[in-house]
Write a protein that binds this ligand. Structure first.
Ligand SMILES: CC(C)(COP(=O)(O)OP(=O)(O)OC[C@H]1O[C@@H](n2cnc3c(N)ncnc32)[C@H](O)[C@@H]1OP(=O)(O)O)[C@@H](O)C(=O)NCCC(=O)NCCS
Length: 199
């Protein structure tokens, strides 16, 4: 399929809808790659974890995230709509899936996207999320033409705030009443890396 579909009459005012680029990135110890159906079980476990449940950016009514669907149709829908993609973080030494990253809310005109993340409880505290977020953000900016990558962090999620700091993002401010965690609506801190930061 073409990565660029156009809506409307050819010429001025066309809305370009892009399929989100399929990308794989690596660090010496991690691979970040699109999820497949084979990842369904560890993905279900990561999303079922209590801490992940507490901070997931969805209302509780959204229900449990089912790994198979997250890895297949939900990922395909997000990719095909151009809004983002669902990635696994794989530890290269033993090929274990130790975390999930996902891009969302992509604005192709502004060239902006947002990254979210969750790491398996037994792999936390090892710097996996900041390393994976950093390498994904670099690829999006340097290889795929994004100008700005955002993270949104619910106040009180100290571990997530540390990920933003360690991945080199800059704190910009607090978006009021901007989204959900499981317990209800919350303000969200916005953090960013922009293309100029990487020069
Ligand atoms: C936020 C999260 C992804 C961090 O991933 P990580 O790979 O453990 O990141 P780090 O190793 O850099 O640790 C970040 C912070 O977590 C805390 N931390 C350290 N060890 C930890 C452990 N064993 N368990 C939980 N948190 C720990 C510390 O505050 C650490 O900051 P520090 O480096 O200044 O000590 C992970 O805690 C997680 O999956 N949380 C639930 C999901 C979530 O909140 N996602 C973000 C919103 S969608």
């Amino acid at each position: 399929m073409s990565s660029l579909m156009t809506a409307g009459v050819a010429g001025r005012g066309n809305l370009a809808i892009r399929r989100f680029p399929t990308l794989t990135v690596q660090t010496p110890r991690l691979d970040v790659r699109p999820l497949t159906v084979a990842d369904a079980d560890p993905v279900t476990d990561i999303f079922a974890d209590k801490q992940t449940q507490r901070w997931l950016p969805f209302p509780q009514e959204f229900g449990e995230i089912e790994g198979r669907s997250w890895c297949t149709e939900m990922a395909a829908e997000r990719r095909d709509s151009g809004m983002g993609d669902h990635y696994g973080i794989v530890r290269r030494e033993d090929q274990q899936l130790v975390g999930c990253l996902w891009t969302k809310r992509t604005d192709w005109v502004g060239r902006v996207t947002e990254i979210s993340y969750a790491v398996s409880p037994d792999a936390r505290g090892l710097g996996i999320a900041p390393e994976a977020v950093d390498v994904l953000a670099l690829a999006l900016v340097l290889e795929h033409g994004f100008q700005r990558i955002e993270l949104r962090v619910a106040p009180g999620n100290t571990a997530s705030r540390r990920v933003a700091e360690k991945a080199g993002f800059t704190y910009e401010g607090l978006l009021r009443n901007a989204g959900y965690v499981h317990s209800g609506r919350v303000d969200l801190e916005v953090w960013s890396i922009v293309a100029a930061d990487l020069r």
